[in-house]
Design a protein around this ligand. Structure first.
Ligand SMILES: Nc1ncnc2c1ncn2[C@@H]1O[C@H](COP(=O)(O)OP(=O)(O)OP(=O)(O)O)[C@@H](O)[C@H]1O
Ligand SMILES: O=P(O)(O)OC[C@H]1O[C@H](OP(=O)(O)OP(=O)(O)O)[C@H](O)[C@@H]1O
Length: 206
């Protein structure tokens, strides 16, 4: 079993696109979608899938619990972990932006920013010369400016529907985001016979 490849897969929206891509290179994980199992084994491929929360994929890969995984660039920017980012899969495209109520200037002293990405937000505003106060949240970030909790949010935007339907506007765009194929540095060396062909095959389709 130790020559198997353990892949940390993000549950939810990325999984579907990632499974489609992996099917193109011969790995059919489509029936996984209906399962609640968290570890799934595929002897035919010598692959073990770990079904993880998207925010946790990089942790599993950094600690070697998974040899490789698929994570959004937002998570990689936020967590800054010791993994190799070997391929941009060009799936789950979105972007990180600063947003808030329209025509609302930033508070002069320590404007409050709600976000699931405190490190990204702090670095961004520091580069703008702004001293901010982070209000960390885990989801539905758009609520914060609506209830007067914060001046702005730093969150993911894709179609802009969530911002529009909540009367929020985008102020600045921080970074374009896609999902990336990441590898544990030790696995990259000792399992390169399995990893190199997979990365090579994927690179033909991204
Ligand atoms: N609206 C979106 N459109 C496209 N990609 C997105 C969108 N929102 C997030 N993503 C990407 O998908 C990844 C997972 O986001 P998602 O919000 O589904 O996960 P999560 O918030 O960790 O899970 P949950 O929402 O179940 O708590 C993000 O890291 C990001 O790269
Ligand atoms: O620009 P849009 O197409 O509207 O997409 C942006 C929304 O998508 C994500 O929310 P998600 O649905 O993942 O819920 P969450 O807020 O719990 O992360 C993100 O947090 C934004 O709220």
């Amino acid at each position: 079993m130790n020559n198997w490849l353990t892949i940390a897969m993000p549950k939810g929206r990325i999984f579907e696109e990632a499974a489609e891509l992996l099917q193109k290179v011969g790995y059919d994980f489509t029936d996984v979608e209906d399962s609640r199992k968290l570890i799934l084994e595929f002897p035919e491929y010598k692959v073990r899938l770990m079904m993880a929360k998207p925010m946790d994929v990089v942790t599993y890969v950094e600690y070697g619990a998974a040899d490789c995984g698929i994570a959004g660039k937002d998570v990689l920017l936020e967590q800054d972990r010791d993994v190799y980012e070997v391929l941009d899969l060009n799936i789950s495209g979105c972007y990180l932006a600063v947003a808030g109520l329209p025509d609302k200037p930033l508070s002069k002293i320590a404007p409050k920013i709600a976000t699931k990405y405190p490190r990204v937000a702090s670095e961004y505003f520091r580069e703008q010369g702004e001293q901010i106060e982070i209000i960390p949240l885990n989801g539905s970030i758009e609520l914060a400016p609506l209830i007067g909790l914060t001046d702005r949010i730093v969150d993911i935007v894709s179609s802009g529907q969530t911002l529009r339907e909540n009367g929020l506007v985008e102020y600045e765009r921080i970074a374009d985001i896609t999902s990336r194929f990441i590898v544990n540095p030790v696995s990259y060396r000792i399992k390169n016979e399995q990893l190199d062909p997979l990365i090579e095959a994927l690179s033909e389709y991204v």
